[in-house]
Structures are given as structure tokens and as C-alpha cells.
Ligand binder design. Structure first.
Ligand code: SF4
Length: 255
């Protein structure tokens, strides 16, 4: 039988409660005779939602609690609706809003959904997505769904996987900005030139600027290669470059 240690169970419970909170739940009823009263609690036990009593691990968010005026990801998704703000709406099957932990310390921003993402409704689920998951889980020793949030600069698939056009990026960017403001991670990673250029508001030569730190609204922003580029040019040099970039991100997050 599979067993779980206490730390793993607490982490999973915190992740689930955080997910519920992002959807507007504020209370979970408990039976009055619950054995979980204050006296019976271990002194080192922490409530998964009570961040003031939570030990500050290296990966714990250091930023203050979000103000209620900042819309939640759910609010932003509702505002986006069945969006027809740009022409990409006409060819999409699904809007790929984003996935992961709404309170993640690390956000990856890619370019746009491909065929697999358009069909499944989640970002980075195709071949490049598997590579990104490998980078996160094997390379960075993080959990993709619990420790990160992943989204794109456009939320609908460009036909034939072409680059998104400027007017399409402009139409969709406000929602990306709101997502980043809602999550307010410790670090953002822009995957590839379109994401880097969108977040920095200028044309970024990614081969020259990857591995360098920038800022997006005060949040440290690292530029690196898109996993699809890495798969296309799968050299030792490129793989090392991406891992160097991710090591810089981990170091920054640990302060
Ligand atoms: Fe709307 Fe963005 Fe899709 Fe364009 S890409 S239709 S702005 S959700």
C-alpha cells in the first residue's frame, strides 16, 4: 500500500485549500467534536492556510498578502469570457487560460497554445510541454502544478502555429498582465523571444539576452529559450544554457 509522509500530505492539503480559496471559498465546516482542537494540536503543526504561522521555507512567498482590490484568476477568467477580442478566436477550439498554483512563486510565460493545448485546454501539454515539465521537475526539483503557474501571451492558438501578430498580442496582453498581478510571483520566466518581447515592450534578441535578469512591474524576470527551440536545437550548449538560467531563478527565489 502506498504511504505518504506528513510533509507531503500537508503540502498537498495546502495546495488544495489554496485552490479552493482562489475560487472564492473562505470557510470549510468542521464537526464540533473534531479532535482537531487547539489543545490536541502538536505545537509544530501549522494550518495550511494560515501563512502567519507557516515556517518560511526557501520557496515560500516573501511578498505581503494580496490586496482584495486585485482581481483573482477566476475574476480574470470570467472577464475574458468567450473572448472575440482578436481574430485568433475564429480558429480556436478552446481558450487556454493557464494552469498551476494561483499563488505560485514562479510563473512561466510562453508564446501561445499549439494543437495539443488547443484540444486539451491546458498550456504546454505537447512535446514542448513535456520538456518544460522535465525542466521544472527534474532540473529544478519543483512540482509543476503545485510550485508554478504557466500561461501564454495569447490564449488562443494561432493558425498553423504561426507567431501571434502584434494586434493579437496587444488584445490579449492585458489579461496576461492581470494574471501576473494576481499571482505576484517571486520570479517570472519568459520562454522565448515573443514572451520576452511582450513582457519587456521591445524586440528582444533572445540568443543575446537569455540568462539575463530584467523586471516586470517590480518582479524579477528571467529570459530563456522556449522549450520548442531547445528541442529543435538540442545541443549540449543550449541545454546547459537553459539549466544555467533555471539555476539563477532558483537562487533568486531563495533570496
Ligand atoms: Fe481573446 Fe486572447 Fe483569444 Fe485573442 S487570443 S481571442 S484576445 S483570448
Amino acid at each position: 500500500m502506498q504511504t505518504f509522509d506528513r510533509a507531503t500530505l500537508l503540502r498537498d492539503l495546502k495546495s488544495y485549500l489554496t485552490f479552493l480559496r482562489s475560487y472564492g471559498y473562505t470557510d470549510i465546516p468542521l464537526e464540533s467534536n473534531s479532535s482537531l482542537n487547539a489543545d490536541s494540536r502538536n505545537t509544530d503543526e501549522v494550518h495550511p492556510l494560515n501563512e502567519s504561522t507557516q515556517p518560511q521555507s526557501a520557496m515560500t512567498k516573501q511578498t505581503p498578502a494580496k490586496k482584495s482590490t486585485v482581481p483573482t484568476l477566476e475574476n480574470i477568467r470570467t472577464e475574458l469570457g468567450d473572448c472575440t477580442r482578436c481574430k485568433l478566436s475564429s480558429g480556436r477550439k478552446t481558450i487556454v487560460f493557464g494552469s498551476g498554483n494561483p499563488r505560485a512563486d514562479l510563473v512561466f510565460v510562453g508564446e501561445g497554445p499549439g494543437k495539443d493545448e488547443d484540444e486539451q485546454g491546458f498550456p504546454f501539454v505537447g512535446r514542448a510541454g513535456k520538456k518544460l515539465t522535465e525542466i521544472i521537475e527534474k532540473g529544478m526539483n519543483l512540482h509543476r502544478e503545485q510550485d508554478t503557474y504557466i500561461c501564454n501571451i495569447v490564449k488562443c492558438r494561432p493558425p498553423g502555429n504561426r507567431d501571434p501578430k502584434e494586434e493579437e498580442i496587444s488584445a490579449c496582453k492585458p489579461f496576461l498582465v492581470k494574471q501576473l498581478q494576481a499571482i505576484r510571483p517571486l520570479a517570472i520566466v519568459a520562454l522565448g523571444k515573443p514572451a520576452a518581447s511582450t513582457l519587456l515592450g521591445r524586440s528582444v534578441p533572445i540568443t543575446k539576452e537569455r540568462g539575463t535578469w530584467h523586471e516586470f512591474e517590480g518582479i524579477p524576470l528571467m529570459l530563456t529559450f522556449h522549450p520548442a527551440y531547445l528541442l529543435r536545437f538540442y545541443t549540449l550548449e543550449n541545454r546547459r544554457a537553459v539549466m544555467d538560467d533555471m539555476n539563477k531563478v532558483l537562487k533568486k527565489m531563495k533570496g
